[in-house]
Design a protein around this ligand. Structure first.
Ligand code: SER
Length: 608
């Protein structure tokens, strides 16, 4: 079975169990400032797990591209990936533990589906703590499905409690593992007794709580199920391979690297690591650049992570002796291999190649200067018996030559040095640099709470976009939006700075629509019908898929101001938003402007 077949089978199986297939979403989360990327399949579904109605119903399934860069430094070993696909199925207050476990076990073991050997499967369930009881219910359901008692391990919250972030929906989970050791697992072996030889393939989370803050866990209005299966890993075990890099997901990319470098994968451990880093990072970079929303390399946020991925790939290319620009050649392989499930890669082909080539060239210049400087410093550094590179020296390489800290660390390590990272940070602070640039790559999961304030900002975004189109014309298209409890940011395509008059006019229109206290109406309809009715649809949804349309206006057919395909949530009527003020209009990147705005006052939202 190939990964393409696995993806198809998974969706087909859950459709046969009454699930609607929904589109995976952008890698850049909408209106969630707490994470840089979509880190799990459930991420775009947070509002629905919290109680919003989903247009496709209460049983959903999809495949979702994800990026996790928390462990970027571990990438290079045979199993870590920064970009992966998650297969998911959800119950929004529909079925709960019993069906969820039975579905998973059937899909994994039935000869009609994956036909995995039940003897090689073991599971874990939540052992219980002050938040929730020991999950005897899940354990019993496993037993009822034929799982032997000694294959069920009860583990603490660190293993069997899943939350996407410090706040948001969460709950106990049951995880499914596959035996990757020799032969068959010995009697009594499970994840609790032998962690190394059991590989996690699927996580079924029983999302029944909302963490409001550190101390408070409140039950959700409905008991939900959120499951996630790692596509690359499961594909790997189905093919009996020891590493995801040996499957067809990565082999074509690795062949391209082999041709470029004239090195044969599998002949030198250190070089193999470089090959894996290039393969993983270039695939991630292509997915990020080719995303519906996407971003370009920069010094902050997601753009900085992208820059780091590209630069690390280039450096490892150099280690393999590739002395020309090569990323666009690898990108061609990635686009070719993933454009069927992710058509946006083909649509953004030119952007991907252009940005990769430009960033690569920029970085080569930087590297040459930085490395030359490092070599100059080396004789002096060698005199230091502790073999520590001071924060000041590392910072100077960064500040003067643009040489990144992580590369100084790598270069240092190659010569037996460690870098005083704390010292680097202090030096950086002194220079009043945005500390974001070094921390950005380390951003971990964490979901913004869907507070009333962010809901108000969300509706204000719709008003703003329509007002911009009215004042500036049709070339205005949303490029991104970012909301916190304190402000909103809205990025849109426009070639020049707005005049102060234009800014004022836009602000006036938005405030006028707020004062008119227009109702906000939600309707569910197929995407093509939504578009035909005049709704703005930003991201690619599947043809014929049911979507939510939010209309701001007195009459959804004949008298409306704004109409957008959007997941919500929104206010019920515009007077709830309050005063709207544009604080800044500035450039975001070439051809893209950014507006920062705040709201204040406004009526309270109606209780749900
Ligand atoms: N949210 C869970 C995970 O990411 C299951 O989808 O593992």
């Amino acid at each position: 079975m190939t990964s393409n077949e696995l993806r198809t089978k998974y969706i087909e199986f859950f459709k046969s169990k009454g699930h609607a297939e929904i589109s995976g979403q952008s890698l850049i989360p909408e209106n969630d400032p707490s994470v840089l990327f979509t880190t799990a399949g459930m991420h775009p579904l947070v509002p629905y797990l919290l109680g919003e109605t989903h247009p496709a119903g209460t049983r959903l399934t999809d495949y979702q591209k994800c990026v996790r860069t928390g462990d970027i430094d571990e990438v290079g070993d045979p199993s870590h990936l920064t970009c992966f696909e998650m297969l998911g199925n959800w119950s929004l207050g529909d079925y709960f533990k019993k069906d969820s476990i039975a579905f998973s076990y059937e899909f994994l073991t039935s000869p009609k589906w994956l036909a995995l050997d039940p003897k090689k499967i073991s599971v874990t369930v939540f052992a219980g703590d002050e938040n929730a009881p020991r999950d005897e219910e899940a354990a019993q359901i496993w037993k009822d499905n034929g799982m032997p008692e000694d294959k069920i391990a009860y583990l603490p919250a660190s293993d069997n409690w899943w939350a996407a972030g410090p706040t948001g929906p969460c709950g106990p989970d049951t995880e499914i593992f596959y035996w990757v050791g020799e032969g068959l697992p010995p009697q009594g072996s499970n994840k609790g007794t032998d962690s190394a030889n059991w590989m996690e393939i699927w996580n079924n989370v029983f999302m029944q709580y909302n963490r409001v803050d550190e101390k408070t866990l409140v039950p959700l209005p409905k008991q939900n199920v959120d499951t996630g299966m790692g596509l690359e890993r499961t594909n790997c075990i189905l093919q009996g391979k020891t590493s995801v890099y040996l499957t067809e997901v990565f082999q074509p990319i690795i062949h391209t690297i082999e041709t470029l470098s004239d090195y044969t994968y599998g002949t030198d451990a250190e070089k193999d690591k470089s090959v894996r880093i290039i393969a993983d990072h270039s695939r991630s970079a292509v997915f990020i650049l080719g995303d519906q929303k996407g971003c370009v390399p920069s010094n902050v946020g997601a753009g900085y992570v992208l820059r780091r991925l590209i630069r690390r790939a280039v450096r490892h290319g150099m280690k393999l002796g590739i002395d020309k620009d090569f990323l666009s050649e690898i990108a061609a392989t990635v686009v070719e291999n993933f454009k069927a499930p992710y058509p946006e890669l083909e649509q953004n082909r030119e952007k991907i190649f252009k940005e990769l080539t430009a960033e690569e060239a920029k970085f080569r210049t930087t590297l040459k200067k930085g490395e030359a400087e490092f070599q100059k410093l080396l004789p002096n550094l060698m005199k230091n018996p502790k073999k520590i590179i001071s924060g000041k020296v590392a910072y100077n390489l960064y500040e003067t030559y643009g040489y990144p800290l992580e590369l100084t660390e790598e270069l240092g390590a190659e010569n037996g040095f460690t870098v005083d990272v704390e010292g680097f940070k202090e030096a950086e602070k002194k220079h009043q640099e945005a500390s974001k640039t070094v921390d950005a790559g380390k951003a971990k999961g964490g979901l913004a709470e869907q507070s009333d304030v962010t809901t108000k900002y969300h509706t204000a975004t719709h008003l703003l976009q329509q007002a911009l189109v009215n004042v500036l014309g049709d070339q205005v298209a949303q490029k991104g939006s970012n909301i916190t409890n304190e402000r909103m940011r809205f990025d849109f395509t426009f070639e020049r700075p707005m005049t102060p008059e234009e800014v004022k006019k836009v602000e006036e229109i938005v405030n006028e629509k707020i004062k008119e206290d227009l109702p906000v109406t939600m309707q569910v309809m197929p995407l093509d019908k939504a578009k035909a009715s005049g709704a703005r649809a930003l991201f690619t949804n599947k043809y014929g898929e049911d979507v939510k349309v939010y209309t701001i206006g007195r009459d959804v057919e004949n008298d409306w101001f704004s109409k957008e395909v959007c997941g919500g949530p929104h206010v019920q009527h515009t007077a709830q938003i309050g005063d709207f003020k544009i604080q800044k209009e500035q450039s975001s990147s070439a051809g893209v402007r950014r507006i920062r705005a705040v709201i204040s006052g406004g009526l309270p939202l109606d209780p749900q």
